[in-house]
Design a protein around this ligand. Sequence first.
Ligand SMILES: C[S@@+](CC[C@H](N)C(=O)[O-])C[C@H]1O[C@@H](n2cnc3c(N)ncnc32)[C@H](O)[C@@H]1O
Length: 216
Amino acid sequence: MAASRLPESAQTGPHPHLGGVVRRHLESPWRQPLRGFSEAAFAQAERALAPGRPVVLDAGCGNAISTTSLAERFPDCEVLGIDRSAARLGRIPPLPENAHVVRAELGDFWRLAHRAGWRLERQYLLYPNPWPKPAQLRRRWHAHPVWPHLLALGGVLELRTNFALYAEEFALALEIAGHLPDVQVLSLTPEQALSPFEAKYARSGHDLYCVRACLG
Ligand SMILES: C[S@@+](CC[C@H](N)C(=O)[O-])C[C@H]1O[C@@H](n2cnc3c(N)ncnc32)[C@H](O)[C@@H]1O
């Protein structure tokens, strides 16, 4: 199997506009209208979850291998995988009873969950698309207008990435929002991997970064 390549970026450090962009998003609400199909997806998620149990969100779950592993790791929680890709969700394995998968656009889903007053136990962002070009800054979740909504959902937030700059910026954006990030370099074998992308990157010998923060 061919080795994966690390994201290449013209950035040599955190984006010079990162602080300004994050602060602006924290100060001014995102006004883009919510889409009808997102409201339907959110209603589907609300119906799927057993009431009264803590919820773990696997945001951008791909083919839900990680959703299954997280459901086994946290048997007292409901684990919800969200992804927008029909192709990836078409390949999900049989799910344990406490795991659920819904096709949705995360930018809308996080806002709907915030509006509905959700509080999460844990949130995982496993290997989000890196958007490495400097002009793509606002597509990275920590510089996206949805960032304050994601943070408001609370719980323990964990990002994993093979893109060092993403981890560094994510930690800075957490600090700007008043949270104390814990940044680790993970040394994993593919057998220990939590998700397919983690396995692929571990097999390719990449450094893997984990940024964790307790959002309360
Ligand atoms: C690089 S893959 C990682 C998949 C999985 N977490 C893993 O580690 O194997 C990123 C995933 O995020 C999903 N994704 C990207 N942007 C999204 C969005 N705005 N809403 C929902 N899913 C999104 C993609 O469809 C893709 O499955």
